[in-house]
Design a binder for this molecule. Structure first.
Ligand code: SF4
Length: 238
């Protein structure tokens, strides 16, 4: 399957020397609580339901979270929030996941990220984002049913918009905030006689990072409101 082929390519990617070196460094300086873990320390493939209508776009893996377990958001605090919300709204079969290859499964939902290697201080460089963009652009082609996009946080929002424009969607300048909802139609260059055109709904949220959740900038009711909106959208426009 094409998505699996892409995921295999991603895992072997070494386009960003700074990040390749950082992943090695992290695995050699594990915090005490994870000292028995054999860190994944490679780029993380996206995962989920290939027929999903909902696409979640994270920023980057966490050095001691996804980079440790080998699956995006698995085993980190942001993942606890995200997976709990996905479970509450019927997009996941269990409320959390601590390890890759446990029985956690996404339904009608797919998770990807702006970049696939953990960056130092969670801050990717612009050229690293560009290096990783082709993988996201290819996912947009392969995830044919994806139409409700939830970028987590402002950077993922800006980068998702940029990618949609590169793909030919008509996305005007849009402002970021929590709980905004935008409709992004396919542009003229995507309109060919036999093309099946998608209109993308983009729903914005603050990132469920510890910084946001511990300070109360993002609360569970606020985060769950996003998924309530998503559910309604899917009901109205299945
Ligand atoms: S961030 Fe993306 S492009 Fe850079 S090495 Fe990792 S997978 Fe490759």
């Amino acid at each position: 399957m094409e998505l699996e082929r892409l995921q295999r390519i991603v895992i072997q990617c070494r386009k960003c020397p700074r990040l390749v070196a950082y992943l090695q460094e992290v695995s050699q300086h594990k915090p005490r609580r994870y000292r028995d873990w054999d860190y994944w320390s490679k780029p993380l493939p996206s995962f989920g339901d290939p027929d999903a209508r909902v696409l979640i776009v994270g920023l980057a893996p966490a050095a001691n979270g996804g980079n440790r377990t080998g699956r995006m958001f698995t085993g980190d605090r942001s993942g606890e929030w995200l997976f709990n919300a996905l479970y509450q709204f019927g997009f996941a079969n269990q409320p959390n996941s601590l390890r890759r290859n446990d029985s956690f499964k996404l339904q009608d939902c797919y998770i990807t990220a702006t970049i696939r290697c953990a960056p130092p201080k969670n801050k990717p460089l612009p050229e690293e984002i560009e290096n990783c963009r082709p993988y996201f652009l290819e996912e947009l082609d392969l995830l044919k049913n994806a139409k409700v996009f939830i970028p987590l946080g402002q950077i993922a929002f800006a980068q998702t918009l940029k990618s949609l424009r590169l793909k030919g969607y008509d996305a005007p300048p849009l402002s970021f905030g929590h709980g905004k909802s935008y409709t992004i139609p396919a542009g003229d260059r995507l309109r060919t006689p036999n093309s099946e055109l998608r209109t993308i709904s983009l729903i914005t949220t603050y990132h469920p990072s510890q910084q946001n959740t511990q300070t109360g900038k993002l609360t569970r009711p606020m985060f769950h409101r996003i998924f309530r909106t998503v559910k309604k959208k899917l009901e109205v426009e299945p």
